[in-house]
Design a protein around this ligand. Structure first.
Ligand code: ZN
Length: 242
């Protein structure tokens, strides 16, 4: 079985469509790690694609923000502007859909979450210290997480935690006797200095995860954001992946 793992689409339809096209004939099932909406210009189109294709998906902090489960004060000022804009335009159908998203899900030999197992929707796993409590809570050998918008892999072997960020593309084997946290990066707003959309493929037979980067028409997304009057910094950062 091959799973396509996508995260942090953030209303970026161009990036999302390119990633779906890339994954289409390569995987059996696509799974989403949350933050479908926020920041970008096409929240309804992106939410509809996840909903209509019935991709299993967990809730991200931007979904919780739209649902008012967490207050707008939990977002940085630019994210808050974009979230308010998103909420004004979100259809009732898509709003009801994002309300159904659970905070975590379990599959055959892995789990998925937006942030961490300690705090599934809100916590960032960025280093060994923040990874440690999640490793303790893992019931499966592998966990996929997003939220940081930076691809990374961390493992715990005989009590020792190691981790590193992933530059560009690469394949990573999932050891049987260790636990692994894999961050699949972001489809619609990468922050690792690489503006290409990120996605991962987990091959359950080979016990390998591949991190891929996919180019998309960034200028087109930026043009739509300009038209929508979204903050300039959010428009600019797509070109630099920052
Ligand atoms: Zn995000």
């Amino acid at each position: 079985m091959k799973y396509g793992i996508i995260s942090d689409i953030h209303s970026n339809l161009e990036a999302f469509e390119e990633v779906l096209g890339f994954l289409e004939n390569r995987v059996d099932q696509i799974i989403c790690l949350g933050d479908i909406i926020g920041y970008g210009p096409n929240p309804n189109e992106c939410a509809s694609l996840v909903r209509i294709n019935k991709f299993p998906c967990v809730a991200g902090n931007h979904e919780y923000g739209a649902e008012n489960i967490i207050g707008i004060e939990n977002f940085n000022p630019l994210a808050a502007v974009a979230l308010n804009w998103t909420c004004r335009g979100l259809s009732a159908e898509n709003f009801n859909f994002i309300r159904t998203l659970p905070p975590r899900m379990e599959f055959e030999d892995f789990e998925i979450v937006h942030g961490s197992l300690k705090n599934p929707v809100l916590e960032y796993i960025t280093n060994i210290e923040t990874a440690a409590p999640t490793f303790k809570l893992m019931k499966t050998p592998l966990l996929f997480a997003g939220h940081t918008h930076r691809p990374a892999v961390m493992s715990k072997n005989n009590g020792k935690i190691e981790g590193f960020s992933i530059n560009g593309e690469g394949s990573f084997s999932i050891g049987e006797n260790q636990k692994t946290i894999f961050n699949a990066g972001s489809v619609g707003q990468p922050r690792d200095g690489n503006p290409q959309a990120a996605c991962a493929i987990y091959d359950t037979n080979r016990k390998e995860v591949f991190l891929h980067r996919v180019s998309y028409d960034i200028s087109r997304t930026q043009g739509k954001m300009q038209k929508a009057g979204l903050p300039q910094r959010l428009i600019d950062r797509l070109k630099t992946g920052s």
